[in-house]
Write a protein that binds this ligand. Structure first.
Ligand code: CO
Length: 210
């Protein structure tokens, strides 16, 4: 990739946008009111806006290795807080993807230095669902299922936050959390249709703070 080409691409993009709407950037500069917070993986193949077909201004985005929502990570916690309390997004999406390198690394024994503590959160997801995962004999299927279960657990981590609990209480059906997976092999975006009522039934008495 030629870095100079990126700036040429940018000039072309400006020209294309202005040809369709001469006020395009003027309007963008007025502010943002996205309805969706998207939390996804940093993986270069999983481009948030492009796979959803959305435009600048539509989605507030946070990406990190393996789309994690650790309770002690000030970065993701700040993003959730700002998006929910101030931007008042209507949807929070956690989007994982099959063939995720972070998930793969967490399934193996290797000292990866500073990544160890990050990946530990994924190992904890494995431990929470060990019976189900160990029963899957095919390694690729087990890997894909861990991707899905990690999305589910990160959605639960989103729901543990005060800002999200307050939004659910005050805005009811106007505010929802979604767990999705992107299949790199087919390009398909899959809604896991996570049954939060069932998953949270016995644990919200522990995690409810609002
Ligand atoms: Co990934």
């Amino acid at each position: 990739m030629d870095i100079k080409k990126i700036f040429e691409n940018n000039e072309q993009w400006i020209t294309d946008k202005l040809a369709l709407d001469k006020d395009y950037f003027n309007n963008l500069s007025k502010g943002q009111s996205p309805e969706i917070l998207y939390i996804g993986c940093s993986d270069s193949r999983v481009t948030a806006e492009e796979l959803m077909g959305v435009q600048p201004g539509d989605v507030f985005v946070h990406r990190n290795i393996a789309n994690m929502v650790p309770n002690t990570d000030m970065n993701v916690q700040s993003v959730i807080n700002f998006a929910v309390r101030h931007l008042k997004v209507k949807h929070v999406v956690v989007c994982g993807h099959y063939y995720c390198g972070g998930i793969k690394a967490a399934m193996q024994s290797a000292d990866l230095g500073i990544l160890n503590s990050w990946l530990r959160n994924i190992r904890d997801v494995y431990r929470l669902h060990q019976d189900e995962l160990d029963a899957i004999k095919d390694e690729e299927e087990r890997y894909k299922r861990l991707v899905e279960l990690n999305v589910q657990e990160q959605c639960v981590n989103v729901i543990k936050t005060a800002s999200v609990q307050r939004a659910s209480k005050e805005r009811g059906g106007e505010f929802t959390v979604h767990g999705w997976v992107f299949d790199v092999r087919t390009g398909k975006l899959i809604d896991l249709n996570i049954d939060f009522d069932r998953i949270l039934e016995n644990i919200m008495k522990i995690y409810r703070i609002i």
